[in-house]
Design a protein. Structure first.
Length: 117
């Protein structure tokens, strides 16, 4: 991801030893890098750039909740932060799974309503 798309305090996906992990960005470094903490282990890592960060999971989790509200027919409410171009870079697989899950939920609700009539 580009440095302008990285927000301090947000959770991102990163690959550590070939496995996906959730890390929280703790601070920016003067040399352009970032200090992140692994959410599972608590270990602190120093990244030279934002290139290793793959997906903003904070925004992604908010999008999941919003899609779930829409699929259930509820008002999703107001977003706390506007989504900027590049915020979901690297999230293509997660977004596709979310889209398919939302379509299945909406289709199931429509089928249930049709059968009730």
């Amino acid at each position: 991801m580009k440095a302008i798309n990285i927000h301090i305090g947000d959770v991102y996906e990163i690959r550590i030893s070939g496995r996906p992990a959730r890390v929280r960005v703790m601070s920016a470094r003067p040399d352009g890098g970032f200090v992140v903490a692994n959410e599972r282990t608590g270990r602190v890592l120093v990244l030279r750039s934002g290139r290793r960060l793959r997906c903003n999971l904070t925004l992604f989790d908010a999008a999941v909740a919003r899609y779930a509200d829409l699929a259930a027919g509820n008002d999703p409410g107001e977003s706390t932060r506007t989504v900027q171009a590049g915020d979901f870079d690297g999230c293509e697989a997660e977004l596709e799974r979310l889209r398919l899950a939302t379509l299945r939920t909406v289709n199931a609700r429509l089928l249930a309503e049709r059968e009730a009539q």
